[in-house]
Design a protein around this ligand. Structure first.
Ligand code: ADP
Ligand code: MG
Length: 260
C-alpha cells in the first residue's frame, strides 16, 4: 500500500520544502521506499537535494505531466533521480509554470497529476509532493492526487489566520474532486520560544476549526542548522544528527508511520 502525502500551504516560507525533504529521508531511514515530487516551479526541493540548478534539468515533473496531457508513453522511472540518503526525486523547475498555464485549457485538468501518481504507486510506500506557495492548478492537481495533506504552519498568529482559505479549498476538493482526501495533520514549524508559544497557536487553531483537524504532537524547532541543509544538499539527519531538529523530524516520521 502506497500513501501519497502532499505538503501544502499557500503561504511561502513555512517549511513545506524542508519538511518534504526531511520527512522523506526520515521515512527512507525506516526502510520505506520513498518518491519525492517537486511540484514548485522554483525547484526548491530539487535544489535542496543537491541539484542547485534545477532549470538545467531536462526531465522533470513538467515533462511527465506534459506526456500525460499529450497521452504519450512515460518510460519506467523516467526523470527520477536517486539521492544518496535513499530517496527518489522527480525534480521540478521553471517549466512547471508553463504546465500551470496549459492546464487551464484542457479536459480533466485537475486529474493530470493523479494519473501520473497512480502509475507510480506500486513502486513506492510513500510519495510526498512539495507544493508551490499558491492554490493554483498544480496545488489543486496535487490535492486531487493525494491521500492526505500535511500542513506546515509557522508558529505565529498571522500564518495561523491564513489557514482559513486553505481549509476551505480542501473541503471543496474533498466534496467535488477527491472524496478520500484527508488531513494528515497540521505541523507547527520554526517554533521559537522567544515569541509566541506553539501551544497557544494550536489552542487558537483548535478553537477555530474544532477537533476536525489533527495536529502533530511534534513541533519543529527553529534552528540555523535546518536552514543550512538546503545549500549542502543533505538532510538534517546528515547535517546535524544529534541536534533538536533531527530529533523533531525523526519524531514526525514516527507519527506519520503510526498513521499507517
Ligand atoms: P516553504 O517551502 O514553505 O516556502 P522552506 O522549506 O523553503 O519553506 O523554508 C523557508 C526557509 O526557512 C528556508 O530558508 C529554510 O531553510 C528555512 N527553514 C526551514 N525550516 C527551518 C527551521 N526548522 N529552522 C530555521 N529555518 C528553517
Ligand atoms: Mg517550498
Amino acid at each position: 500500500m502506497c500513501k501519497v502525502i502532499i505538503a501544502g500551504n499557500q503561504k511561502g516560507g513555512v517549511a513545506k520544502t524542508t519538511t518534504v525533504a526531511n520527512l522523506g529521508i526520515g521515512l527512507a531511514r525506516h526502510g520505506k521506499r520513498v518518491l519525492l515530487i517537486d511540484g514548485d516551479a522554483q525547484g526548491s526541493l530539487t535544489a535542496s537535494l543537491g541539484y542547485p540548478r534545477p532549470d538545467e534539468i531536462d526531465c522533470t515533473l513538467a515533462t511527465v505531466l506534459g506526456k500525460v496531457i499529450n497521452e504519450e508513453e512515460i518510460a519506467p522511472f523516467e526523470g527520477i533521480l536517486r539521492h544518496p540518503e535513499g530517496v527518489n526525486l522527480l525534480p521540478g523547475n521553471i517549466e512547471l509554470s508553463g504546465v500551470e498555464n496549459s492546464l487551464v485549457n484542457i479536459m480533466s485538468r485537475e486529474f493530470i497529476m493523479r494519473e501520473y501518481v497512480e502509475s507510480m504507486r506500486s513502486y513506492f510506500d510513500y510519495i510526498l509532493i512539495d507544493c508551490p506557495p499558491s492554490l493554483g492548478m498544480v496545488t489543486i492537481n496535487a490535492l486531487v492526487a493525494a491521500d492526505s495533506i500535511l500542513i506546515p504552519v509557522q508558529a505565529n498568529y498571522l500564518s495561523a489566520k491564513g489557514l482559513e482559505q486553505l481549509i476551505r479549498t480542501i473541503r471543496k476538493i474533498k466534496k467535488q474532486l477527491n472524496p478520500s482526501l484527508s488531513i494528515e495533520g497540521i505541523l507547527m514549524t520554526m517554533v521559537n520560544h522567544r515569541t509566541v508559544f506553539a501551544r497557544e497557536i494550536i489552542q487558537m487553531l483548535k478553537e477555530g476549526y474544532g477537533n476536525a483537524i489533527g495536529f502533530f504532537e511534534t513541533a519543529i524547532p527553529e534552528s540555523v542548522k535546518a536552514a543550512e541543509c538546503a545549500a549542502l544538499g543533505v538532510s538534517i539527519f546528515k547535517h546535524d544528527p544529534k541536534g533538536k531538529v533531527a530529533a523533531a523530524y525523526e519524531s514526525l516520521t514516527k507519527e506519520v508511520l503510526s498513521h499507517e
